[in-house]
Design a protein around this ligand. Sequence first.
Ligand code: ARG
Ligand code: ZN
Length: 874
Amino acid sequence: RTIYLKDYKVPDYLIDHTELTFDLDPQATLVKSRLKVRRNPAADPGDSGLPALWLDGVDLELLSVSINGKLLPAQRYQEMTGGLLLAVETPEFELEVQNRIAPESNTSLEGLYLSNGMYCTQCEAEGFRKITFYPDRPDVMSIFTTTIVAPASYPVLLSNGNKIDSGTTQDGRLRVTWEDPFAKPAYLFALVAGDLQYVEDTFTTSSGREVKLQLFTEARNIRKCEHAMVSLKHAMRWDEEVYGREYDLDIFMIVAVDHFNMGAMENKGLNIFNSACVLASPETATDAAFQRIESIVAHEYFHNWSGNRVTCRDWFQLSLKEGFTVFRDAEFSADMNSRAVKRIEDVTVLRTAQFAEDGGPMSHPVRPDSYMEISNFYTLTVYEKGAEVVRMIHTILGPEAFRRGSDLYFERHDGCAVTCEDFVVAMEDANDADLKQFRRWYSQAGTPVLDVEDRYDEDKGEYTLKIRQHTPDTPGQKDKLPLCIPVTTALLGADGKELPLNQAGATETTLLLTEACQEFVFGNIKERPLPSLLRGFSAPVKLRYDYRDHQLQFLMRHDSDEFNRWDAGQRLALNALAALQVQFRAGEALRTPDALIAGYASVLGNGALDPALVAKMLALPSAQELAEQEGEIHAAAIIAAREFVRNAIADALKPEFLARYRQLDQRTPYSAEAADIARRSLKNTCLAYLCATMDDDALDLARSQLARGENMTDSASALGALVEFGPVEDAEQHLESFYQQWQQDTQVVETWFGLQSTSASYGTLERVQQLLGHSAFELTNPNKVRAVIGGFAMRNFKQFHKEDGSGYEFLSDQVIALDKLNPQIAARLVTPLTRWKKYAASDAGLIKSALQRIAECGSLSRDLFEVVSKSLSE
Ligand code: ARG
Ligand code: ZN
């Protein structure tokens, strides 16, 4: 069944108060709910009296229903698939429902479940209905009071808001009551019960209120909390300074959980995190993990305003909170670290995976207009492209106007469940702006393509940019209208400096493209310039301009926009890699990419650039990103071209890589400061290139870096290089001793899994199958599944795309098995198979038949069914 945005109706009933009591037991948790129900004055009155009340409920054992204290006879209600329908006699009443659930058997990790013996919840989007019968939709907002009763072996009992009561029951169990004074939808409900330790800190808000901050984990992880706590305090301060948003409860809690489908969840006052996204120590976590933690802690914290205080009317509006909050966390990370590097990382994800989503069978607009299963729409389009849409509003209006808009948005809609339209209207109203055409970004799917041509009229001193835009058709959407696209631009003179564009001497401007084809004329231009287009990636589009290699080398040296400087290098690499793919497929000898090597040499020798930026500039586009570039994907050609280029660079620049490695290899104590992370990232980039030569002296550098084991970033990089480029027996031995050293640490074991499953040389299907049998592997733990199966299928292009199709068969087997346990994870993991149409015929056939095998295996979950059926019907 498909749900449509156009069918939205306000709820028939409101729930003013929700009182929950949980009597925890692994197989028989008793849930009592007492709801103050009231007819919604805004609902259509209809003509046949009071409509029946619908309560969502899934996998629940109903025990009893009472109204105003009286047990309801069975003819007054009807249990149906997906919920309970109740005849209503008065416009206001108190409803009491009792039901039973089995958290221990819940492997979907949605609703109430157990993770390493700890009870926890995940309710977004529609998990609350797996806890009790309820109008499980975000526009029903209620004050929650929650009582938890549990055996004394669960000393920590948490829920949203403030603790208002605690005690012991007659039979010696613990009882705690929490009250959340802010009305919220059920998806923000949370409960945690376990034998947990915590670290505590405080934060004083700008208005002087002291907030208690607590981070809960299992005892073994208690030493890994500091970074998240520091990040939280930075985020709280940043939201006050940049958005004027203060925290609103007296306590803010975070809990780390090992079994979690996503990164984290912003439950009011009680955020629940995937432990990999919150716990870190220098010995066990990589720099990438440190930075990810900082951004996710901030993301969930920022949701307190963009998501919780102002929430979504319905799930089609998901990007209202997610796009905005991703934009907020990206700006926070940019302020805390290198802005250019953060932008490069985000754009890489967008270009690699979001563009692929836009061009595939699941393509949908930032605000989808239909879905079968909402869990399938927690996508890169809703999150990352949604954030780009908010960023474009920020670019078009400017920072002050944007802030006026966000102030109005928060003030106007505080305590309400609203739409993406409401967000745009607030931006307009606060600034007397017109974003009418801009709104199309929310409703049109697909990645727009910009074709840019230029001409220079020497006599008139006029330079003209002609830009054409076009958005390709996507499933169910044809003939797209022109979008409003900000294209930030500068013009570079022969000396590499920016030319003045007006009398005031401005050298950068944002062109606002609104037509299908438009010309922009610059006067007073004294020489033929080289354009620096779409600076900072000012819009999520594919920009085509016929840059020559020497022009790209020039931009790599001179463009003052660091993002475009990097992008010039990427374009140079893409040109080289495209040419090599053609040579490979024609059976020709591959020709050394001299222009690219020269470009890389100049970057490597530039001591004035941020080392983190240099590391990014020296990184070749991934195979996945290359695949996104091609009309028809030839996996073998992509791999051959990429390996050839990598080896050519490594061989040509070995002395330079070695010199830079030595210079950066300082033995200073670990710090997660941006400058230190930058140093390690360039150092390890050099190490990887050095090892790609497979020379023993280079491999020795990795061996000694691994042996020193100063921090996980350096150890994992060294081990990764040895696994990829060292002799197999050697790799085998290093992997074994690494495992011996770290087997007690779940996170390091996940890193260890990932190093193997993603290795082009080591991570063959046979190895990956062995890993599935490893004692540390758990099919019920999404992090382990992502590390082994996800690593292989999504980040090991070479082995996954073996031409016999064995990788595809393997993935479909795993997806079928997983669907029985955890539909959300199964539906995500199947993604690589959904792109079958883009592959050259023989591969496409094999991928498609792997998909068909899934489709034919009968009772699929709604999650997996939606993805597989849409992919096959494309
Ligand atoms: N709201 C969470 C976040 O982005 C993610 C929730 C994911 N839920 C889901 N069913 N996929 O911070
Ligand atoms: Zn979010």
